[in-house]
Unconditional design. Structure first.
Length: 166
């Protein structure tokens, strides 16, 4: 997602941008009824680009997130969690005694691997999705979140270049 302004971009109050990945589906076999299938991988987080002379992120409920989704576990209802805006990694799906899906990636950690098959013949769980990134381009300096605003993503600051208008 890209948002560009010639004046400013403000996220205040409860402003949220959520480009996080979805959780992987738990495995259900379509070939053999009642048999557990392999878990699907979690979706990766997206990319957010904000460009303006001024970018303001202000308030405890303001969040930009591009976390990865949790991997699906083995079993029909073992869906991984969506990346979302909450703190921490999205958990992988699980059913007791079966391989667990990997956690989604965050700004501070890589995605987890899915659990290996623990019976033969068996299926493994899906890995977590990778975290995306946020790029904040302003003319000078860096964007500093204020009053509890958070960025749950790998973050880059860049320079906003001037453009000639015909």
């Amino acid at each position: 997602m890209q948002i560009v302004s010639r004046v400013s971009i403000s996220l205040t109050g409860s402003g949220t941008i959520d480009a996080s990945g979805a959780g992987g589906f738990g495995g259900a076999s379509i070939l053999t009824p009642f048999e557990d299938g392999p878990g699907g991988g979690g979706g990766s987080g997206g990319r957010v680009l904000l460009e303006a002379p001024l970018i303001l992120l202000d308030g405890a409920a303001v969040t930009i997130s591009t976390k990865g989704g949790g991997g699906g576990g083995v079993g029909q209802n073992a869906n991984g969690a969506d990346g979302g805006i909450a703190a921490g990694a999205a958990v992988g799906g699980s059913i007791t005694g079966r391989p667990v899906g990997g956690a989604g990636g965050t700004e501070a950690g890589n995605p987890g691997t899915g659990g290996n098959a623990n019976v033969s013949p068996g299926h493994g769980a899906g890995g977590g999705g990778s975290v995306g990134e946020v790029t904040l381009n302003i003319p000078l300096g860096t964007v500093v979140p204020q009053n509890g605003a958070t960025i749950r993503s790998r973050r880059f600051n860049g320079a906003l270049m001037s453009r000639l208008v015909p």
